[in-house]
Design a protein. Structure first.
Length: 244
């Protein structure tokens, strides 16, 4: 498959997912009592203080109060891990902390425990503006993500850009196509009736165009996540968002 060049000139800033939401969904997301995603944030707060693994250390053992030490962190991810040279998102950073420092097993994607910890950490950055680094060691990951965003894939022969750049704001099956911003994730999706990761949403998009679904946490989705984050620079973090 060839690379599809941008189909629409960027004549406006990329907008957060909430820009395309109904008033009712916006109200639900903004209400910390009613927002169902806050249940996972609450569980994450408990897990933050819970000692685990051979070291019997909690996240708080190293990072103290999350509302101080984690503020702004989600806005800077994905980022390259200096020790391994790999691209990490929040989920991978949390799991690496578990295996490196706590002597605990990594948590699987879409488990309530990993979703809760990710939502709790991401929530500390709510309102912070997305600002990721794409230079130095991050450059090849960014380029891989950019290429994936513009490359046609699947039986429908569509790229991410054809929906989220060329047709953002238009209606599709009763929904409004967004700019494809990841700053609200993990998010509670009404269709799923549960909280889910950004990679679960990317897998659903792959399925929608009848393309190969990569594993959550795969290099393919990690690089795309970095590109989406850079594309959404200065968009505020909304996690945990509510989506249709």
């Amino acid at each position: 498959m060839g690379v599809l060049l941008p189909v629409l000139a960027a004549d406006r800033p990329v907008r957060p997912g909430s820009f395309y939401m109904s008033k009712n969904l916006l109200a639900l997301q903004a209400d910390d009592i009613a927002n169902p995603g806050m249940l996972w944030v609450s569980d994450g707060e408990s897990l933050w203080r819970q000692p685990v693994g051979r070291a019997q250390k909690s996240c708080a053992s190293c990072h103290d109060a999350a509302d101080v030490t984690m503020k702004g962190v989600a806005a800077r991810y994905p980022a390259v891990d200096a020790e391994s040279g790999e691209l990490f998102n929040l989920e991978k950073r949390i799991n690496t902390c578990r295996t490196r420092h706590q002597g605990a097993a990594a948590l699987a994607y879409e488990t309530d425990e990993l979703l809760a910890l990710t939502a709790y950490v991401a929530h500390q950055s709510r309102g912070e503006r997305v600002k990721v680094h794409i230079d130095g060691p991050a450059a090849p990951f960014y380029e891989a993500g950019r290429k994936r965003f513009y490359t046609r894939v699947g039986q429908l022969n569509l790229s991410c850009a054809q929906c989220h750049e060329a047709n953002a704001g238009r209606r599709l099956r009763g929904d409004t196509i967004s700019d494809g911003v990841g700053s609200g994730w993990p998010a509670y999706r009404l269709e799923w009736q549960t909280l889910g990761s950004l990679h679960r949403r990317l897998r659903a998009c792959s399925l929608g165009v009848r393309a190969r679904q990569f594993d959550s946490g795969s290099p393919e989705y990690l690089s795309l996540e970095l590109y989406l984050a850079k594309r959404a620079e200065d968009v505020p973090v909304e996690a945990p968002a509510v989506r249709r």
